[in-house]
Design a protein around this ligand. Structure first.
Ligand code: RB5
Length: 145
């Protein structure tokens, strides 16, 4: 199950990604926003991250105007590794190496085609493990500082 959310800056791109999820029979929960009225991206990041933390969802997708604010907010949550991706290479390697569990994108930065490809790669690439495990564990240790 995927948790997806956006602020007003990411609303249009979120519609594209929701279509992609529907077309590929991927279950998702949309935490908002539901129109282009202005909302605060940290609130949306919290809703998606909570669903991962309580294991209702295994991955999340967050979209704001740049993808930056919402990724900063998401990464404040324990157990969340949010990756702002602007291309397929980053989407592939953040899954392989960082075991990222939240994909962030900028609705004002990338187009629908690139966003769909990034999403597809993010959702279908497994963590490589191996030498990357201890590095991801070190990220978790930082949460306790
Ligand atoms: C909202 O105008 C905008 O600041 C937000 O979508 C995002 O780009 C923040 O990082």
């Amino acid at each position: 199950m995927i948790a997806i959310g956006s602020d007003h800056g990411g609303f249009e791109l979120k519609k594209v990604i929701i279509n992609y999820l529907k077309n590929n029979n991927i279950d998702f929960v949309d935490v908002g926003c539901y129109n282009t009225d202005s909302v605060d991206y940290p609130d949306i990041a919290c809703e998606v991250c909570k669903k991962i933390q309580n294991k209702e969802c295994d991955k999340g997708i967050l979209i704001c105007g740049t993808g930056i604010g919402i990724s900063i907010a998401a990464n404040k949550h324990k157990g969340i590794r949010a990756a702002l991706c602007t291309d397929s290479f980053c989407a592939k390697y953040t899954r392989l190496h960082n075991d990222s569990n939240v994909l962030c994108m900028g609705g004002r930065v990338i187009g629908p085609g690139a966003a769909e490809e990034i999403t597809e790669i993010f959702l279908n690439t497994e963590f490589e493990g191996g030498r990357h495990i201890k590095r991801v564990e070190k990220i978790s240790e930082i949460e306790n500082i």
